[in-house]
Design a protein around this ligand. Structure first.
Ligand code: HEC
Length: 191
């Protein structure tokens, strides 16, 4: 309005940003809902899983961009689906070793020390962790009943996936996960 010529570089830059946004739409939607998928962020190489999701998501987006500009590249759909399946298979949680129980049922007295060593530093009414000063999500495992009530969620986060303990801060082993899992499968019996 005041006689100046607009800087074309600004327009070019916003076009570039908009292109980035466009390709990242699908991966970012996945990231937003990813807390429901502990097998992705709980994977030992979670950053690679995320990279794979970004690559396939951007690829899928190219299909929509082409379609919107009138080019239907049908072959891209099965390629994207196969890539997702391949990623899921490659990153599926690995089976734990069978727990060494001599064929006997796992007792609470075997499970309690595992919970004490690996969980209550954070999940307690009085946490001792250096970072988490209140129980995360209000989840506490201070009594056998607390643990029994949450057994199936504990199985998801500490047995089926290694997404707990947080960052495996307490160094929980596969053998301990297997024992905990066996106790839950046998009905999470407490005294
Ligand atoms: C170093 C701290 C820390 C330790 C140790 C820890 N957790 Fe957690 N836990 C967290 C944090 C932080 C969250 C919330 C974020 C999340 O869900 O990933 C959480 C969330 C959870 C949840 C989800 C609760 C809900 O209702 O959403 C479960 C289940 C869980 N932990 C189980 C365990 C078990 C079982 C252990 C021990 C084997 C354990 N955690 C050890 C920090 C910890």
């Amino acid at each position: 309005m005041d006689g100046k010529v607009p800087d074309p570089a600004l327009g070019a830059e916003s076009k570039l940003r908009s292109t980035h946004n466009n390709y990242l739409t699908l991966p970012v939607i996945f990231v937003m809902i990813s807390n429901h998928y502990p097998s992705t962020y709980g994977h030992p190489h979670a950053w690679l899983v995320l990279l794979g999701m970004f690559a396939i998501g951007a690829f899928t987006r190219v299909f929509f961009n082409m379609k919107n500009s009138g080019k239907f590249m049908g072959w891209m759909i099965p390629v994207a689906i196969l890539a997702y399946i391949g990623l899921a298979v490659a990153t599926a949680p690995k089976a734990l070793p069978a727990p060494d129980t001599n064929g006997e049922a796992v007792t609470w007295s075997q499970v309690e020390p595992i919970i004490q060593t690996h969980c209550v530093s954070c999940h307690s009414a009085t946490p001792t962790d250096d970072i988490f000063k209140v129980a995360p999500n209000g989840v506490v495992y201070d009594t056998p009943e607390d643990v029994q009530r949450k057994a199936s969620l504990i199985k998801t986060r500490a047995v089926d996936t290694p997404s707990m303990p947080f960052g495996n801060k307490t160094g929980m082993t596969d053998a301990e996960r297997a024992l905990l899992g066996a106790w839950i499968d046998e009905g999470a019996v407490i005294p």
